[in-house]
Write a protein that binds this ligand. Sequence first.
Ligand code: PEP
Ligand code: MN
Length: 338
Amino acid sequence: MIITLKKGASKAELDMVLEKIKKLGYKPHISKGKEVTIIGMIGEYAEKYKDIFESMQIVEHVSVIQKAYKLASREFHKADTVIKITKNIEIGAKKIHVMAGPCAIENREIVFGLAKSLKASGATILRGGAFKPRSSPYTFQGLGEKGLKILKAAGEKYRMPIVSEVMTVEQVPLLEKYCDIVQIGARNIQNYDLLKAVGKQKKPVLLKRGMATTVKEFLLSAEYILSQGNYNVMLCERGIRTFEDSTRFTLDLNAVCVLKKLSHLPVVLDPSHGTGVREYVATMAKACVAAGADALVIEVHPKPEEAFSDGPQSLLPDQFDKMMKELALIAKAIGREI
Ligand code: PEP
Ligand code: MN
């Protein structure tokens, strides 16, 4: 249920409404717009208290959100959400940010080398996995905390915020400590305990769609995080499983339009995992920018043939550089920048 306050409501009046919500056993979620303040009263059977709030002097109107996901919906928050990562980096604003780096953090030399060249090519956020969800238990599982230290040091040296994946509830404090953005991977999209745990920590979350997750399920997973009080969630489309097997996954570009319509959260696109084929990444990245992506995830490796994971889809640094120049033209054509 959404409670919209009258224009110019004072802090005392807002507090009064918040108190009432809490007294009824619900958690209030505040969304402050330019002119009006909206309060989400979310929880089972919240609608039954509609009359109580409608009769309050300071309340403009009360409406019920029909969608199963509430805080993630456009009904709750009309304007696009812009997420501040650092002083200069905002996701969801005019500039499209590129999160680039290796699939996995393998060693210091590779990460520092990549950070230097990716930054020079225009990437603004450095990525790399320290905890890797691998299909086989016999393949490289990631460097763990040692990897996070490397990524953080490279990010500091080249002034790039960093993003890395968290796989378990126990790892959350570690990722929160080292990273600027905490990533939930496709395979954990419906790990509800993990979603709640990242919802309780303070860093923005990059939530990757599962390979067999509908848009509704995706938004409900985002809702788990938002419901815990972390409103900084980015929705990342990274390809879904279809009957098509000429690419690793099928990048669902339709999802950009659908997500933008249904939700206010920034949309991130990952053409690296979405195609799984180096040769197709730049073309699909251009399509992602044209479709309205707020940020991109791109895997890059100096020696893809030797990469511990996802080598076949990793761009070489010079291919990344060329792609960035092309993306700049597309971004400009649609009134954005990269
Ligand atoms: C990754 O970003 O390296 C990754 C494992 O992605 P996904 O969870 O989308 O497969
Ligand atoms: Mn990968």
